[in-house]
Design a protein around this ligand. Structure first.
Ligand code: URA
Length: 348
């Protein structure tokens, strides 16, 4: 049950990172969540009191857990666990899971829950060493240098330590001479299974957005800050990587950009921006849009993560993301047609 709450918290943080500021939760769901947290707390205090303690109160099954104006009824990144997690975390001692971060303790009729700033690391151990420095292979074609860098990463003991059993590290892929480098945050379930970036639903949308620029996926480069899928206590669900995790993986991403030297990097979502520029809890994607940022001398355009756009597919958010893509195209000196300029604008 604690694992479910961790996943829910991770998903809410991910939504917040991608720009969602509110989710709407029914009073029944709030009540069910409160009961679950209370039950977990009670079970922990019972365990600490010892075997003679009173039995833990049973918890009734929750009605549909979260209903949201902007998100589906169940948290979008959660799917049933395909198998037992080989790294299931130890459930004790119960960490200070910030339930109040998810659910306002006030039972207000307005049932709206503001997302709180992303400041905490997950409450289970995901600490990583900071010692790694990726050496940029000096000789060969770009493709050869990328392949050598990929070999370094595949042999990296820390990356391998964090890898789920039977899954893959995800280096990145695409044109070694690309003028546009798309940078996401971290592989998800589909990506760690395939060993390729952006192959799940968000990737399908990204492919369409790339195609709308007139480029193909093969003409650009696609990578992530993280090379492994950030661990969760369950095999299902995703969580944003911690600043330490991103700091550990960043040298690989930096080496990729140094080899490719794209004309522009498109940072997909706030987490990618934080990974590239350094973690800032006060940074907001809305405030980054429209500015040209810089990563080691390469212009960076920040935009919404495709998975945010999948959940917020209003014309307004599509147009906003498209404007970011237009700016990216201008920086990359790609041709822009009148039709492209007018995508998602009201027809006159
Ligand atoms: N989201 C990301 O940020 N990267 C991927 O590779 C897939 C989903």
């Amino acid at each position: 049950m604690r694992a479910e709450l961790e996943v829910l918290l991770g998903n809410l943080r991910a939504l917040k990172n991608e720009g969602t500021t509110e989710v709407f939760v029914s009073e029944e769901a709030l009540e069910a969540l409160r009961e679950r947290v209370a039950a977990v707390r009670e079970s922990v205090s019972t365990e600490t009191r010892g075997a003679d303690a009173a039995p833990v109160a049973s918890v009734r099954p929750a009605p549909s857990p979260v209903s949201s104006k902007k998100t589906p009824a169940t948290p979008p990144r959660i799917s049933p666990p395909p198998q037992q997690n080989p790294r299931a975390f130890e459930p004790e001692p119960f960490p200070p899971i910030s339930f109040d971060e998810i659910v306002s303790s006030k039972s207000s009729p307005a049932k709206s829950v503001a997302a709180s700033p992303e400041k905490k690391a997950p409450s289970f151990d995901v600490s990583v060493s900071k010692a790694r420095v990726a050496a940029v292979p000096a000789t060969g074609t770009n493709a050869e240098r990328l392949a050598a860098l990929c070999d370094q990463m595949l042999g990296d003991p820390i990356c391998n330590e964090h890898l789920h059993k039977g899954k893959h590290l995800v280096f990145g892929e695409g044109n070694a001479e690309a003028s546009v480098f798309f940078c996401g945050e971290a592989p998800g379930a589909e990506e760690e299974t395939a060993g390729r970036p952006f192959v799940g639903p968000a990737g399908k949308l990204l492919d369409k957005m790339i195609a709308a620029t007139g480029l193909s996926r093969e003409q650009v480069y696609i990578g992530n800050i993280m090379k492994w899928r950030p661990e969760l206590p369950t095999l299902y669900g995703n969580r944003p990587p911690t600043p330490d995790e991103m700091e550990y993986c960043l040298p690989y991403l930096a080496a990729q950009t140094e080899i490719i030297r794209p004309r522009v990097i498109v940072a997909l979502g706030l987490t990618a921006v934080n990974g590239l520029l350094g973690f800032d809890p006060d940074r907001r994607i809305g405030a980054m849009r429209g500015k040209t940022l810089d990563f080691r001398g390469i212009p960076v355009v920040a935009t919404y993560h495709p998975s945010y756009l999948l959940r917020n597919d209003s014309v307004k958010s599509k147009r906003a993301a498209w404007e970011d893509f237009l700016r990216m195209m201008e920086i990359a000196a790609l041709p822009i047609s009148v039709r492209q300029r007018n995508f998602f604008l009201p027809k006159k």
